[in-house]
Design a binder for this molecule. Structure first.
Ligand code: GLU
Length: 465
């Protein structure tokens, strides 16, 4: 690592909610800065007004905050390079546009989207890769003036130098080499005057002193353009690392088809941020550490050399594994707080503690406890067929003996003695009668949670043949 302080950034476009691919990018940038005691910047890429949804700015920040990816500078946190919304940096961009234009490094382009589209089709039909044909590259001052006089609004194109080889080291993909002749002159300012992302991101990275850019692999081919731009402006480029794309368990790019793919959806479904981060940490980044890690532990273990090229598989089963680890790591008090929305309000604290202890080993999400809440505290009980059979087979005497043994509380040891049965012959019919099913949480805490009157009533239900 060089001697400079490490500065990383996350540059979301507020055109939608934070999805897992972007959350992973944010996590990696956050961890890299944290590992080296650097700065992590959140910069909103909102120069394209047509794609900006204002409410998404706050929503993206809320999701990042929930994940625990605290930023040092951002739209809501002024810093040495404020503002951190690109829509508020237009005047700055204009200075650089003018500079490039006055140095003949950029030129106005009057081609309409129809003309560009036709040219692109013609190139494709001729078997050539589509790139800007250079129509407006050499317009004279008079020709430009004439077009402006017609009211045509130009975009601004960067003049890509010919005959150059652009080489750089990608932190993930190694040495990259491109020929400038394969890159057409590209738009850096749109017709409406707004900066294209190629331009604003490269410029802001340099101006903000960003040292490392970790971003999705889909941006790899943008990098030579951005390096050319920074070279033209005599600004230092950051190091780039392009992380592999996230795919679902079927190997296709992660999308809605794969279920919940947004951070907010996972939060609302009840996943903990620690579980989400632990799964994301291992997507496209290998680690020998198999245990649940805290954010500082992840930062200490984050290693650029461990970023992988192969597509990273997001798997719900893995996420559930981390979530389940998280649940099992909760203290009794934390677990009770977590399940509070599910607990009936009239429980004694002993009953609540017994309920939490009973269900915790069997649940992944808080909502999973609702079924057991209904079974244990609800009036009516529905029986699954095998449970009904098991209870009937145990016979009325079993239940009469059990029901008679209940005082103001139901104790598993007392019931066992009273029925004279043990092992499965004792537990299974009891479980069947009390819960209507043959599988579920451990019986002793479950019995301790259930009001004694309810236990007696459910046992009495089977005392008549
Ligand atoms: N808004 C872009 C994205 O989300 C960021 C591109 C970049 O990181 O330079 O993909």
């Amino acid at each position: 690592m060089n001697q400079d302080i490490v500065v990383t950034r996350f540059a979301p476009s507020p055109s939608g909610a934070l999805h897992l691919g972007n959350a992973r990018t944010a996590l990696f940038n956050f961890l890299l800065a944290a590992r080296y005691g650097g700065r992590f910047v959140v910069r909103i890429e909102d120069t394209d007004a047509s794609r900006t949804q204002e409410t998404m700015v706050g929503a993206l920040c809320a999701d990042l905050a929930w994940l625990g990816l605290d930023w040092d500078e951002g739209p809501d946190r002024p810093g040495p390079h404020s503002p951190y919304r690109q829509s508020q940096r237009t005047a700055l961009y204009q200075q650089y546009f003018q500079r490039l234009e006055s140095e003949q490094l950029a030129y106005p382009c009057f081609c309409s989207s129809l003309e560009l589209d036709l040219a692109r089709r013609a190139q494709l039909a001729a078997g050539r890769p589509p790139r800007y044909a250079g129509t407006c590259r050499e317009l004279t001052a008079d020709e430009r003036a004439a077009r402006l006089a017609q009211g045509r609004k130009p975009s601004l194109r960067f003049r890509v130098p010919g005959g150059r080889r652009i080489e750089f080291e990608d932190l993930v993909h190694g040495t990259q080499s491109y020929l400038s002749d394969d890159i057409g002159d590209f738009i850096i300012r749109r017709e409406d005057g707004s900066a294209a992302f190629f331009f604003s991101n490269a410029l802001d990275d340099a101006l903000m002193g960003v040292t490392h850019v970790l971003r999705g692999e889909d941006h790899l081919s943008n990098t030579p353009r951005q390096r050319l731009l920074l070279e033209a402006l005599a600004l230092r480029p950051p190091l780039y690392g392009h992380v592999s794309l996230l795919v679902g368990d079927d190997g296709t790019p992660l999308s809605k088809r794969h279920g919940a793919t947004g951070v907010r959806e996972l939060r609302e479904a009840g996943y903990s941020s620690q579980a989400v981060c632990n799964h994301l940490f291992r997507l496209g980044h290998s680690t020998p550490l198999n245990q649940m890690l805290s954010a500082p532990q992840m930062a200490a273990a984050f290693d650029l050399a461990h970023l992988q090229r192969a597509p990273a598989h997001f798997e719900l089963a893995q996420l559930r594994h981390w979530q389940s680890d998280w649940v099992h790591g909760l203290t009794a008090g934390q677990a009770r707080d977590w399940l509070k929305p599910i607990l009936p309000s009239d429980l004694t604290s002993e009953q609540a503690a017994a309920f939490v202890a009973a269900v915790l080993p069997n649940i992944v999400l808080a909502e999973d406890a609702r079924l057991w809440q209904q079974i244990i505290f609800g009036e009516a009980l529905s029986y699954e067929e095998p449970a009904l059979l098991t209870a009937r087979e145990a016979g009325p005497e079993f239940f009469t003996a059990a029901a008679n043994a209940i005082s103001d509380r139901a104790d598993i040891g007392v019931l066992r003695t009273a029925t004279g049965r043990k092992g499965a012959a004792f537990f299974m019919p009891l479980r069947a009668a009390l819960t209507g099913r043959l599988h579920g949480p451990e019986l002793a805490p479950l019995l301790a949670a259930m009001p004694a009157e309810r236990v007696r009533a459910r046992l009495l239900h089977f005392t008549v043949a």
